[in-house]
Design a protein around this ligand. Structure first.
Ligand code: PEP
Ligand code: MN
Length: 342
């Protein structure tokens, strides 16, 4: 990591960047308020000290000790945040994403979208391509669902979060969605991470159910290293010996991630518990632990849902949850994000 002096000139920065490129490395430049930092990324050993330390405009050269580089707090010490249709994710305001597990029916989607918007959600979720454990389970409606999601955005003003399962789905999903989700089962699909990195869409990256925090950050690093800095990390529960819930919410990982990375971190209490009765309690815990947002499954007819009905909150319970989140946010010196008018 090459840290430029506060008074380095644009020309000096340019000369350093072209030297990095000439040596066959990739420069990842962050122009901060005070100074510019250039990460030198590559798989060859490099004598950065001798190559760069004495160049004009360079303050110092520091190795990044973690295996993930661009996603580490060593590289970017401040929280990174980016806009999501009028709110900022990763800022002080808590961002709430809600909607059905899967898009099933146009009318139902509209009803749920209006309900979550009314309750205070900032974005609408809904799966179009569903990664299901069983090949016989509902697999999602594909492009038809994407069209309806875009119509729901039109009707409610809520940006849309939906999953892409393979690299070839990225361009199609990007045509309709505001945020592309990479599901827990795909967290180590490196071709998909590569394609997500080449996309300019924000990516919601869910932690694999058997992945460590470091593996999650390495997966994020794939996306960042291919040019996309807009990554949201999501804790969605991990597998443990406990069987009373679908997964075990790793509350610990929230402060752990917040200390190791500048990327926004959100919590998904729906998949982490698998039971609507526990969703609100765990959502509150996640926000209290420092998460920057929530993604929650909400369904107006959970008993008829084609996937994950048992863990879906009814809209009236979601209303209550948003109010509780407001109080918790206040208690920890945060707020629930307020959308700026266009
Ligand atoms: C989902 O968001 O509906 C989903 C399939 O989540 P995960 O990938 O975390 O299981
Ligand atoms: Mn689901």
């Amino acid at each position: 990591m090459i840290i430029m002096s506060t008074d380095a000139s644009p020309k000096q920065i340019e000369v350093v960047i072209s030297r990095v490129e000439k040596l066959g490395f990739e420069p990842h430049t962050t122009r901060g308020k005070e100074r510019t930092v250039i990460a030198v990324v590559g798989d060859q050993p490099i004598k950065t000290q001798s190559h760069f330390a004495h160049m004009p405009g360079v303050d110092r050269v520091v190795p990044i000790s973690r295996p993930y580089k661009l996603s580490s707090r060593e590289f970017i010490p401040e929280d990174s945040s980016f806009p999501l249709d009028g709110v900022r994710i990763g800022d002080n305001g808590i961002v709430i994403i809600a909607g059905p597990c899967a898009v099933e029916d146009r009318g139902l989607l509209m009803e749920i979208a209006h309900a979550v918007k009314e309750a205070g959600a900032h974005a609408l979720r809904g799966g179009s391509f569903k990664p299901r454990t069983s090949p016989y389970a509902f697999q999602g409606l594909g492009e038809k669902a994407l069209v309806w999601l875009a119509e729901a955005r039109e009707a409610t003003g809520l940006p849309v979060v939906t999953e892409a399962m393979s690299p070839d789905q990225i361009p199609l999903v990007a045509e309709y969605a505001d945020v592309i989700q990479i599901g827990a089962r795909s967290m180590q699909n490196y071709n998909l991470l590569h394609a997500a990195g080449e996309s300019q869409h924000p990516i919601l990256l869910k932690r694999g159910m058997s992945s460590t925090a470091e593996e999650l950050l390495m997966a994020a690093e794939y996306i960042l290293s291919h040019g996309n800095r807009r990554v949201i990390l999501c804790e969605r529960g991990i597998r443990t010996f406990e069987t009373s819930t679908r997964n075990t919410t790793d509350i610990n990982v929230i402060p752990v991630l917040k200390s190791h990375t500048h990327l926004p971190v959100i919590i998904d209490p729906s998949h982490s518990t698998g039971n609507w009765q526990y969703v609100s309690a765990v959502a509150r815990a996640g926000i209290a632990a420092g998460a920057d947002g929530l993604i929650v499954e909400v369904h107006s007819e959970p008993e008829n849902a084609l996937s994950d009905g048992f863990q879906s909150l009814k809209p009236e319970r979601f209303v209550e949850l948003v109010q509780q989140i407001q109080r918790i946010a206040e208690a920890i010196g945060r707020t629930v994000a307020v959308k700026e008018p266009h």
